[in-house]
Ligand binder design. Structure first.
Ligand code: AMP
Length: 285
């Protein structure tokens, strides 16, 4: 497994692979890899000849009051995870490599970024799209793998790829969870033991919403209320949003039927966590 720091040496490796006609899968990450990332890397390894993992904490997707400086890092551990899950290349650039002095071009996806995380994190998706577009140009993958955990990000990247005619297949991968249901996230590291217990309310709340849907509730506001009521019982939790939207357009739904995405962001203490449930098949007609 090769580790590259510069665009130049990454391009050399990629061109050699392309010359041999090999298919390339890309898994973009910010590092501090866990089993959620592992699922993306091993899936990419099973569907491509070569797998590139990018590890880059992208400063332009963090707001000024967010956790860029504190974001956890452990490159030694990440190398091991990549190797063990079948990666062939880690692209691990410095900030100045991707954003040299004078950098002033950004990629913006409208509409899909107005609600959910886009409302409370202005500029976040512009930062994500800009870095992902750069990674796509550098690595030129056939397929790129993203987690359903960041459902809005997945929808936004799909749309950017389609709108900009990028010849890359975007593969969405299911959310990997802890045994008690908490979605794996590098940010779970910030939680104290008490907060870790409290954080269960996100996935339990979503399951209560799912039960409510399966019992025939068709009013989105009512399902959201059931989830809200459950999460509000947890004193350490502060809800930022709970929304029911179309999974492709991210536009709010009033009538709760598939395809639907119910997404939420909740602070547990100072840590902001997100989770969601996706309903692809109609429950009723
Ligand atoms: P990050 O390093 O947090 O930027 O995440 C890199 C990729 O891993 C993104 O596509 C995430 O959606 C995905 N990911 C993060 N957590 C999970 C999880 N629990 N299950 C599946 N994919 C995940």
């Amino acid at each position: 497994m090769k580790v590259t720091k510069t665009i130049e040496e990454t391009r050399q490796t990629i061109s050699a692979w392309k010359m041999q006609g090999l298919r390339i899968g890309l898994v973009p990450t910010m590092g501090y890899l866990h089993k959620g990332h592992e699922s993306l890397i091993s899936r990419a390894a099973s569907e491509n000849d070569k797998v590139a993992v990018s590890i880059f904490i992208n400063p332009i997707q963090f707001g000024p009051a967010e956790d860029y400086a504190a974001y956890p890092r452990n490159i030694e551990h990440d190398r091991k995870v990549c190797r063990e899950n079948g990666a062939d290349l880690i692209f691990h650039p410095e900030v100045a490599e991707l954003y040299p002095d004078g950098f002033c071009t950004h990629v913006n996806v409208d509409q899909l970024t107005e609600g959910l995380c886009g409302r409370s994190r202005p500029g976040h998706f512009q930062g994500v799209c800009t870095v992902v577009a750069k990674l796509f140009h550098i690595i030129q993958p056939d397929k790129a793998y993203f987690g359903q955990k960041d459902a809005q990000q997945l929808a936004v990247i799909r749309r950017m790829t389609r709108d900009m005619d990028m010849p890359i297949q975007i593969i969405g991968c299911p959310i990997v969870r802890e045994e008690d249901g908490l979605a794996l996230s590098s940010r779970n590291k910030y939680l104290s033991p008490e907060e870790r217990m409290a954080a269960r309310c996100l996935s339990v709340g979503l399951s209560k919403g799912r039960q409510c849907l399966l019992q025939g509730e068709t009013n989105a506001a009512k399902v959201i209320e059931v989830i809200r009521t459950h999460i509000e019982r947890e004193p350490r939790a502060r809800i930022e949003y709970i929304e029911m939207v179309d999974p492709d357009t991210m536009q709010p739904l009033e009538r709760a039927n598939a395809p639907l995405l119910c997404a939420l962001a909740v602070f547990i203490g100072k840590t902001r966590l997100i989770d969601n449930m996706l309903l692809e098949e109609p429950i009723w007609n």
